[in-house]
Ligand binder design. Structure first.
Ligand SMILES: C[S@@+](CC[C@H](N)C(=O)[O-])C[C@H]1O[C@@H](n2cnc3c(N)ncnc32)[C@H](O)[C@@H]1O
Length: 449
């Protein structure tokens, strides 16, 4: 078995990472979900888990350029014709030699040893391709592409698909900064005030070598450094949760009161439901709806761990669900174009048809919410115009947009092609490059007359 200078056993890590990458690819799931499924019931040291996580994440972040290098190395063969495990092993090899600073011979040797467990033929194939990959002059290739297609060049240079670069250019002026920020990660912790005070959670974290800094929200902290993965720490998913600051602002926008009834129509896995419950101090009532039985099961267990008691849960279609509430939260399913820093696989899955049906679904949620309560908070973790201001334009006969003041965020989009959204100052957008959060859209609506 080959060991790296730092003493780590890299062969198992690469093998496990290739297997997790296959899971992500074949099941259209996130890295987090794939890692959860892969390690469930397996007794694997947290350091190895952490290392597998890092490999999978870093490969997926750069998948287009890695695949480009591989295609240059494959000659006539197409990457999609290679068996999934070997394809992902090759991706890891390319990532190591071109982006991680591992010596190409060592990266190739590690991948070849793993491929040998399958067959000698696989091993010599991997060897040949990675030796070609080592010789690819990435900078030179990119210069060539820049002359042919600027859009393709930018997509490869910033590790985003062309459609994403197109959207970024249309929604923000400093779009290059957005693309760069999408490659950095920030982690936020929300103290679960149903169990512990924020100060108490900070002490609990410090005791476990996690250092945090304050944010504009008293119960939310930004992680500055940590020793062990947060998910194995004492208090995780009991006294604190990992939740993006932008996501936490949504519950502030809703401003739930302890005596109110809240309907949360797309609620699983319950990050906002549990935050709303904490703000309501477990009083009043939250009607939490989601149409995924599997996600609801996980949410139930989660809410129990977090000590949430004022929630009734329904597996049901939130676009048809019938109830009455004081306030409605619509944190709707979306393209997740604001969440690519935490969910890099989102970048490689865009489908125009699915996008169109998402827009219809979001509009159906909006229409149904108006039957349930007079005040609605509509949010997405998407940066597109269509899913946000665009949907509010399409439902303007039902809602008035109310002015929303939050401690963080900028105005919405005023003009988009021929469309203009006059309430742009009333809604809030957050961006990775400006606020160091996920990209989010938050709006407050009042059912009109
Ligand atoms: C953005 S996620 C919600 C995240 C959640 N609010 C939180 O903070 O943890 C969107 C959710 O909508 C659910 N969903 C999709 N279509 C739905 C429908 N027609 N009715 C109810 N829920 C739906 C998905 O299962 C998913 O859990």
């Amino acid at each position: 078995m080959l060991a790296r200078p730092d003493g780590s056993d890299v062969i198992p890590t690469q093998k496990l990472a290739s297997e997790v990458l296959v899971l992500v690819e074949e099941n259209t799931i996130s890295v987090k979900e794939a890692l959860r499924r892969y390690f469930e019931g397996k007794n694997v040291d947290y350091k190895i888990r952490g290392s597998v996580h890092a490999y999978v994440f870093e490969v997926l972040k750069r998948r287009n350029l890695i695949d480009f290098i591989l295609e240059r190395s494959l000659g006539f063969r197409n990457l999609s014709t290679i068996k999934p495990f070997i394809r992902n092993l090759l991706r890891i090899g390319v990532y190591e030699m071109h982006f991680k600073g591992v010596h190409p011979a060592l990266a190739t040797d590690s991948a070849v040893r793993i491929a040998k467990e399958i067959s000698e033929r696989s091993a010599s194939f991997v060897n040949a391709i990675l030796r070609n990959a080592e010789k690819v002059d990435v900078e030179g290739e990119l210069r060539g592409i820049k002359r042919e297609s600027r859009a393709r060049y930018l997509a490869l240079k910033y590790f985003h698909p062309e459609w994403y670069v197109g959207i970024a250019k249309r929604v923000v002026e400093d779009w290059k900064e957005l693309l760069k920020a999408n490659l950095r990660q920030a982690t936020y912790i929300r103290a679960n005030t149903l169990r512990r005070s924020p100060e108490n959670v900070v002490r609990l974290l410090e005791k476990q070598d996690v250092h945090v800094e304050e944010t504009p929200l008293p119960e939310v902290f930004k992680v500055i450094s940590y020793e062990k993965p947060l998910a194995i720490l004492e208090g995780y998913e009991r006294d604190f949760v990992i939740q993006d600051l932008a996501s936490c602002l949504v519950s502030y926008a809703l401003n739930p009161q302890p005596d109110e009834i809240i309907a949360d129509l797309a609620s699983a896995p319950g990050s906002k439901t549990s935050h709303i419950s904490a703000i309501m101090e477990n009083k009043g009532r939250i009607i939490a709806v989601d149409n995924s039985a599997e996600r609801v099961e996980r949410m139930k267990a989660r809410l129990k761990r977090l000590g949430v008691k004022n929630v009734e849960i329904h597996v049901s279609d939130g676009t048809k669900f019938n109830t009455k509430a004081d306030k409605v939260l619509l944190d709707v399913p979306c393209s997740s174009t604001g969440s690519v820093r935490s969910y890099p696989s989102v970048k490689w899955r865009f489908d125009r048809k699915k996008f169109q049906s998402l827009l219809k679904l979001q509009q159906a949620f909006l229409r149904n919410s108006a039957e349930i309560g007079d005040e609605v908070v509509y949010s997405t973790c998407s940066i597109t115009f269509e899913e946000n201001e665009g949907n509010l334009l399409l439902t303007k006969e039902i809602f008035d947009v109310k002015e929303l003041k939050l401690p963080l965020g900028i105005h919405g989009i005023k003009r988009y092609g021929k469309k203009s959204f006059r309430d742009y100052k009333k809604v809030v957008r957050l961006y990775p490059h400006i606020h160091d959060t996920a990209g989010f859209f938050i709006s407050k609506l009042q059912v009109s007359g």
